[in-house]
Design a protein around this ligand. Sequence first.
Ligand SMILES: [Zn+2]
Length: 421
Amino acid sequence: MKTTFLLIVGFLWSGSGIKLQEKSIIKPAENILCLNTDTRNYYRINDNGIYIYSGSENKKAGKHEFFVAQEKITPTGLWMTLSPMDSVRKYYKQGKFPLSPVPKNNPTQKPVKKGKLSGIRIALDPGHIAGDRATADLERKIVPIEENKEKGILNATVIEGVLTLATANHLKELLEKEGAEVLMTRDKPNVASFGMSFGDWKAKKFKSHIDSLLKRGEISKKKYDFYRLRAREEIIFRDLFLQEDLKERAKLINAFKPDIALIIHYNADEKNTDWIKPTKKNFCMAFVPGGFSGNLLQKQEYRIHFLRLLCSPALSLSVKYAGIICREFEKTLDVPLARSSDAEYLQETSVFTGEPGVFARNLALTRLLTCPLVYGETLYQDNEKEYLNLDHTRFGQGQTPQRVMDVVNAYYSGVLKIFSK
Ligand SMILES: [Zn+2]
């Protein structure tokens, strides 16, 4: 059945009993939201509802900072999902949410084109920014394989930002042909989601940006002076420019209110230092929201995200959609799906969701987006069989490698399986 996220949340809100809610949403959500036992110091769920605490002492003393009554859990999740984070934050601090009226979804602006995906909104986020060697070196999202004739290894330059943008561009075309309305968070090499290159931003926005961070108390005077006077280019790029870009991506996607957001990345072997040699390893995987450590929940901002994810149907939809898309990765690319033991970050900072290849992990874009999302990590760019096929300098201008088209097709068939009749 063709349906949309808003129809689903609307149905859950109006149509079904709370017991079902607890079984179908809260229980699995709780399991993948908690990275470790410390996380449980910050909340309690019982027959009355959900309690959020600012720490274990307050939990022991029964002093909650926020409470959602059982009968309000679904409307609260829906309200938090559809409201801008600024107003969620404001009401959380006051201790309660206005549950009515729920903000309306934006009406579709473009004329609806007929197709298997008509009426479906899809946000595409091509990961990273770099479109050339210099920017990729700053971003450190580059696989610069060094030639080794004895071992039959050829020189190659694989830039993740080039691959993700090519993937998103082709995917957009296919999805729009089937009537989907598509948002891209960035569409030009080296240009951030707020429409500026690093050079432009540094010249025009950097100073006012650090001024406002200082004013809001987000950085100390010492840190401010460091950024202003001594920080190297790549520190400013990664600490400030990229962080601003991620926040803007989340803002754009949340304002679009899509049925699904696809965050497109390519992976690499974490143990392969500087990626100058090829690796034998190759896996695909996908991330969804979750994996909050107790440490993180010391900050109220994270507790707000935790509560939203606990009540929102977006989390269970993300797991379901990511499972479908991972099966397409495995089938189309003929690369195995990762298990927890295949990478340290899967073991230490992620929670296995029960869907093959799908892990809950607290990344900026899994935390800040309120819609169902799939954060895809296809292929190891430094894999011995992949790297030459992913080096854009080996292909003619405007040519997309077949291996990238395989990734496009994997996402595309996954989306068709999720949304078409
Ligand atoms: Zn990436």
